[in-house]
Design a protein around this ligand. Structure first.
Ligand code: 2AM
Ligand code: CA
Length: 269
């Protein structure tokens, strides 16, 4: 895709995201229909579904040759990333959406032949639109995002769920995570992967370590963190798989290798 086509796609992605966000805001205080998916804490509402339907209709109208890879199943059956694929999470942080009515995001990544071209993450209630075009930098609204020049592990704030500190967790050796928590300055848990990515890009936290994300949780965030100068891999330092469930370490470049080599021991290794 040439730069003009990419710019047009970017403008359309932002237009869809703003409109979807407006619809969510208008209905934020309406009663919710809440169902559960993979487990009793994996929530979905009619708003997640309606928002994804809106993206499916908008993309099919404007770009009939593009495909949609969405969390709620209104997209295409995606087995590969050939051509242009929109990877969409209509509401990232559904638990926050339901319980807190804030701290959730719409996440849209556009990939061409597997390469991330455009990332848009909208903090709907906070009113911040984070975005990036490959090679053109990352932005929060109109302000360029740049991570700090240098970062030492002792001065790191890391986004992390406490579940990785429970010995029985099936993914990571909890003792390594506990050592990491003791070493760094502090942890945070925001409950929305998309927001955790953009906070890394913004430099208000320095890393995000997690074990079970899906492509729609990470597609846009990866592009935005990369464009802000950060590194995004699996928790053991490999390239991300944008088709399957994955571990993730998104962080400042100075601390990435140290976290992978000294603290992460995956149980599946
Ligand atoms: P969601 O709200 O779109 O489901 C919470 O720590 C973060 O992890 C959220 O971004 C949430 O996205 C994501 N998440 C929660 N359960 C998940 C699951 N079973 N698989 C993948 N991602 C999940
Ligand atoms: Ca979601």
């Amino acid at each position: 895709m040439d730069s003009k086509a990419r710019r047009y796609l970017f403008e359309k992605a932002k237009e869809f995201v703003y409109e979807a966000g407006q619809r969510i805001k208008e209905q934020i205080d309406q009663p919710r229909t809440i169902e559960t998916k993979s487990n009793p804490n994996d929530l979905v509402t009619e708003m997640d579904q309606n928002t994804e339907k809106f993206f499916a209709e908008s993309i099919r109208n404007e770009f009939p040759e593009h495909r949609l890879f969405g969390e709620e199943g209104f997209g295409d059956d995606i087995q590969d990333l050939k051509g242009i694929v929109w990877i969409v999470d209509p509401i990232d942080g559904t638990m926050n959406f339901v319980h807190q009515k804030r701290n959730f995001a719409i996440s849209v990544g556009v990939y061409e032949d597997g390469v991330g071209e455009i990332g848009v993450i909208y903090d709907v209630m906070g009113g911040a639109l984070y975005s990036a075009i490959r090679g053109e930098g990352a932005y929060k609204n109109d302000l360029p995002l740049r991570m700090p020049e240098k970062k030492r592990i002792e001065e790191t704030i890391l986004a992390l769920n406490t579940s990785w500190l429970i010995p029985e967790n099936p993914h990571i050796n909890h003792a390594g995570v506990a050592e990491l928590v003791k070493t760094i300055r502090s942890t945070r848990s925001y409950g929305s992967a998309a927001l955790e990515f953009v906070y890394v890009a913004e430099g208000i936290i320095d890393g995000y370590l997690t074990m079970t994300l899906m492509p729609w949780d990470i597609a846009a965030g990866k592009i935005i963190v990369n464009e802000a100068g950060g590194l995004v891999t699996t928790a053991d330092g490999r390239e991300l798989d944008m088709l399957n469930k994955t571990t993730v370490l998104a962080s400042h470049i100075d601390i990435h290798k140290e976290i992978v080599e000294n603290y992460v021991q995956l149980k599946t290794k």
